[in-house]
Design a protein around this ligand. Structure first.
Ligand SMILES: [Zn+2]
Length: 254
């Protein structure tokens, strides 16, 4: 029975029959993995208090012989991130990030940078060192960057005019183009997202710095509002998703 062991963050839990759970993790060594935890619903001893959403654990699993899911043999808690689960607002943010990764990342493809991004974001959220909204801006900008979908924020997506030389203080972001548009290139159509130049500068800073530097950026209320509106439209668009957890997050924030 070949075994493997990896640090892993629990993204999703599903009941399987009366006794078992199917667990989806983002792991360091194997990317996204789904494991079956036998009798995890029934036995209170074996995985007591460990198999909670957002928890970081060392997971030991056996791959077995057949085509079935690997079986979770042991789980040792590394960080419970329990503050998140006790706070509905933090839970809403973490659920959104985990849903994005669960749907975006393919199974069994090592993606260490995404694992470290989620670990960092959950750790910040748990510790309360930054506002949840700011961590979410940071998380989504990094997710786009690591996935090769940086939004084009430095120049107009049509005529290439530089942000610095655009007259108005606010520009339109065209989701389908993945780029900002200058005043001349913005046709009158409504429903587009607007970003202030100041917000764009902060977003670029977040996208370029290292994890520690970027997480020290402080956004003002207006920049938070604009950034969240922009990212929560653009990220699902890029990923072709309608995240269920985003509806919940928006309700919580009202
Ligand atoms: Zn233009």
């Amino acid at each position: 029975m070949p075994l493997f062991s990896t640090p892993a963050i629990l993204l999703r839990r599903l009941d399987y029959g009366d006794f078992d759970l199917i667990l989806t993790f983002l792991s360091l060594e194997r990317g996204k993995i789904s494991l079956i935890a036998k009798s995890a619903k029934k036995s209170t001893k074996r995985f007591a208090g460990i198999l909670e959403l957002f928890s970081l654990m060392e997971a030991v699993a056996s791959t077995g012989k057949g085509r079935g899911l690997p079986v979770l043999q042991e789980a040792t808690l590394i960080s419970p991130f329990s503050t998140i689960r006790n706070d509905i607002r933090k839970t809403a943010y973490a659920s959104y990030w985990c849903e994005l990764l669960n749907k975006w990342v393919e199974e069994n493809q090592k993606q260490a940078s995404l694992y470290y991004l989620l670990k960092h974001a959950l750790s910040q959220l748990d510790g309360g060192t930054s506002a949840a909204a700011e961590i979410s801006i940071f998380f989504q900008m990094r997710l786009l960057n690591l996935s090769g979908y940086d939004p084009s924020l430095r120049q107009c997506g049509r005529c290439r005019k530089n942000l610095e030389t655009i007259q108005s203080n606010q520009v339109v972001f065209d989701i389908a183009k993945g780029a900002i548009l200058c005043d001349e290139c913005t046709s009158g159509a409504g429903g587009r997202i607007r970003l202030s130049k100041g917000t764009i500068k902060q977003l670029l800073w977040v996208a370029s710095g290292d994890l520690k530097k970027a997480s020290r950026v402080r956004f003002g209320a207006q920049a938070i509002k604009e950034s969240l509106e922009f990212l929560e439209a653009f990220v699902p668009y890029i990923m072709g998703l309608q995240p269920q957890s985003l509806k919940f997050l928006r309700q919580i924030r009202k």
